[in-house]
Design a protein around this ligand. Structure first.
Ligand code: G6P
Length: 367
């Protein structure tokens, strides 16, 4: 097993470090002569033009990818997107338009609820697309179209590299749908592709600074509750950061849309409660800062996660982590890295079983 871990102490850390490569591999798998080509996925230009609505269905981290996808696809391609947990979708008697595209996101391709949701959509003759990592898995076999993520085998129960490849798959769909539906210029299109190609290197740069996160995580290992707050795409990032924290470190954590804090959650803030604000979206920066300050005035200890250059965050935050600049649609791919590291290092500091957290399974094939 030591050999399989490639010199790392845990599979999770090995998989975190594989992210630059697997993100690049997944992106390159749909690039041809510098442009996105979805013919391997099986979606024709005509089908893309005809999509009336998109319904994304998934569980766990894959659902969080769907949340990001909703913001990015709606903003770039202007197609209405709804995201739903597979366990809810399958029992809702959903109203599905015949020109809808149902996207099922699943690393394993075997999650029982996600598979049931796929079958429900197929029963109603709705076009389905699986974003799947495991070749030949049930969802990959049964979906009309498959976008394979090239994360390779993921051993750690807490997903990292599969999540990152699902994100890049989602971005390429958004950019290609936007282009085909005439929502962006050729110049913008090429700009987005170029920017996506810079993500692996930027992830590598964040990983070079991991000791700083390790130091902070060791200081926070006895936290009782952690709140992750953000708006828009940053809220979706918070959902994944919070899941990483709770699943492997057993610290209670929650993700909140920052504007919602004052409707209840703020009453939970006590002296030294850790509040992590995610701020990658410039239009929402000031709004989230002011929500963070409201927490601070009630005793919270603030960590800010933002883009290089936003140095005025240091006027409010007690600890700040910067990620490299990128197009704001793609910021999740960078901001999630320090949050994966936070969960990992807190778990290690507490001496927990990082790769096999209690009560959890890698693939949930029962309801
Ligand atoms: C489990 C895993 C999660 C994963 C979820 C969905 O709960 O622990 O990491 O996000 O299942 O799995 P899937 O294979 O469908 O992506």
């Amino acid at each position: 097993e030591a050999a399989e871990k490639g010199g790392y102490e845990h599979f999770m850390m090995k998989e975190i470090h594989e992210q630059p490569k697997v993100v690049a591999d997944t992106l390159n798998s749909v690039l041809k002569d510098g442009e996105i080509d979805l013919s391997g996925v099986g979606l024709s230009a005509e089908e893309i033009r005809n999509i009336s609505e998109i319904q994304i269905v998934a569980c766990g981290s894959a659902y969080h990818v769907g949340m990001v996808g909703q913001y990015v696809i709606e903003d770039l391609a202007r197609i209405p997107v709804r995201v739903e947990l597979a366990s809810e979708f399958r029992y809702r008697n959903p109203i599905l338009d015949k020109n809808m595209l149902v996207i099922i996101v699943s690393q394993s391709g075997e999650t029982a609820d996600s598979l049931a949701a796929l079958r429900e959509a197929k029963l109603r003759e709705i076009k389905t697309l699986g974003i799947v990592n495991v070749v030949g898995s049930s969802i990959a076999r049964e979906a009309d179209n498959v976008f394979y993520t090239l994360a390779g085998p993921e051993i750690s129960v807490a997903t990292t590299k599969a999540y990152s490849t699902q994100l890049i798959a989602m971005y390429t769909l958004a950019v290609q749908f936007a282009k085909i539906r005439g929502q962006i210029s050729d110049e913008q299109y090429m700009g987005y592709i170029k920017e996506m190609q810079t993500l692996p290197d930027k992830i590598r740069r964040i990983l070079e600074d991991k000791e700083r996160i390790q130091w902070f995580a060791s200081k926070q290992m006895n936290a009782k509750d952690v709140f992750f707050v953000g708006r828009g795409i940053d809220y979706a990032i918070c959902m994944e950061g919070s899941l990483k924290m709770k699943e492997i470190s057993y610290i209670h954590s929650e993700a909140y849309a920052a504007g919602e804090l004052k409707h209840g959650t703020i009453s939970l803030i006590e002296d030294e409660t850790l509040v992590i604000g995610v701020l990658t979206q410039s239009a929402l920066f000031e709004k989230t800062v002011s929500n963070m300050v409201e927490c601070k005035s009630r005793g919270a200890y603030l960590m800010g996660l933002t883009t290089t250059g936003n140095y005025n965050i240091e006027e409010s935050a007690d600890f700040t982590v910067y990620i490299p600049e990128t197009d704001e649609h793609f910021a999740t791919s960078l901001a999630v890295i320090p949050l994966q590291l936070m969960g990992y290092y807190v778990s290690v500091a507490k001496g927990l079983d990082v790769d096999k957290p209690r009560n959890l399974a890698k693939s949930v094939t029962v309801e």
